[in-house]
Design a binder for this molecule. Structure first.
Ligand SMILES: NC(=O)c1ccc[n+]([C@@H]2O[C@H](COP(=O)([O-])OP(=O)(O)OC[C@H]3O[C@@H](n4cnc5c(N)ncnc54)[C@H](OP(=O)(O)O)[C@@H]3O)[C@@H](O)[C@H]2O)c1
Length: 280
């Protein structure tokens, strides 16, 4: 049985549930049904992106769920091709029209694309979108510490959150330290490492057995205890509920350390290094 999902308070005073539903690849009618079943399973935070081409399915899933929009937190992301200020402003409005929402709870820059050198301009657009009331809270995704330093220095505005690849194979210890220095909330993408190799990991398996939990539940509990907001994706109502059922047990310090020990420098799932990765 799920307990209520705790919330964190961001540096701008807004709040966010500590876990939400990822939606990459959830499209069309099936996607809308997955979003709706996720909300009915108890998720209140839904993570989408302009480039997932499913903001429409997310909006439809919200409608089908019957839950009031005011009780939900919806996040979307600005794609690389719209980093220029005017284009960013239009893209945010277009995102809202697609999802049939009046505002996003959180909007983030999807990737910094440092070689394009336009992410400061994009950040300025998000700052103004927040002033216009299109977005409640503004953040970034895949920003390395040097990208964070630069936008803070050049605009005086600190992002509320940074969504980064984070799972037991790549636990982002250094990046999380940089977030803590600036009071930036960490959010984990691919939080259960796409449920592949991790499902046959002996160390996590033993921990899961000892708590009578599944491996994804242990990993999501680990995410919660390191203080990161996770956004696991599942199309299955059963697994959606399973992934929320993480608030009735606690990992010991020894167990946390054992999971931290699985991380390695080349542990990124797809080798997507924000210093060089470009997607538009
Ligand atoms: N900012 C970025 O650049 C970025 C990049 C990647 C992802 N994201 C966001 O992060 C979200 C989550 O990441 P992700 O989708 O890459 O990976 P993920 O959430 O780590 O894993 C999703 C996979 O795990 C399976 N799964 C989920 N729960 C399970 C369970 N309890 N037992 C067994 N298998 C389970 C799902 O299959 P079933 O559907 O069959 O359950 C799916 O194949 C995305 O959906 C997206 O919203 C952001």
């Amino acid at each position: 049985m799920n307990k209520a999902i705790p919330e964190v308070t961001l540096n701008d005073g807004t709040t966010l549930p500590v876990t939400g539903l990822g939606t990459y690849g959830l499209w069309g009618n099936a996607g809308a049904n997955s979003v709706s079943s996720g909300i009915n399973a108890g998720y209140r935070l839904i993570d989408t992106a302009y480039n997932y081409e499913n903001e429409g399915a997310v909006g439809e899933g919200i409608k089908r769920s019957g839950i009031s929009r005011d009780d939900l937190w919806i996040t979307s992301k600005l794609p690389g091709r719209y980093h220029e200020y005017d284009k960013a402003m239009v893209a945010i409005q277009e995102s809202l029209y697609r999802s049939k929402l009046d505002y996003f709870d959180l909007y983030v820059i999807h990737w910094p694309l440092p070689n394009q050198d336009k992410y400061v301009e994009a950040w300025q657009a998000l700052i103004d979108a927040q002033k216009w009331g299109l977005v409640r809270s503004i953040g970034v995704s895949n920003f390395l510490p040097e990208h964070l330093e630069r936008i803070i220095k050049e605009t005086g505005v600190t992002p509320s959150l940074n969504q980064v690849e984070l799972h037991p194979f790549f636990n982002q210890e250094e990046q999380r330290r940089a977030h803590a220095e600036h009071h930036i909330q960490t959010q984990s993408w691919s939080p259960i490492a796409r449920a592949a190799d991790i499902l046959s990991n002996d160390i996590v398996s033993k921990i899961a057995e000892s708590h009578n939990k599944t491996i994804p539940q242990v990993v999501l509990r680990w995410q919660y205890q390191i203080g990161s907001v996770s956004i696991p994706r599942s199309t299955s109502p059963t697994r959606q509920r399973e992934n929320l059922d993480i608030f009735d047990f606690e990992l010991s310090e020894t167990e946390m350390t054992a999971i931290a020990g699985l991380s390695h420098p080349d542990g990124r799932l797809f080798g997507m290094d924000p210093a060089t990765h470009e997607e538009f």
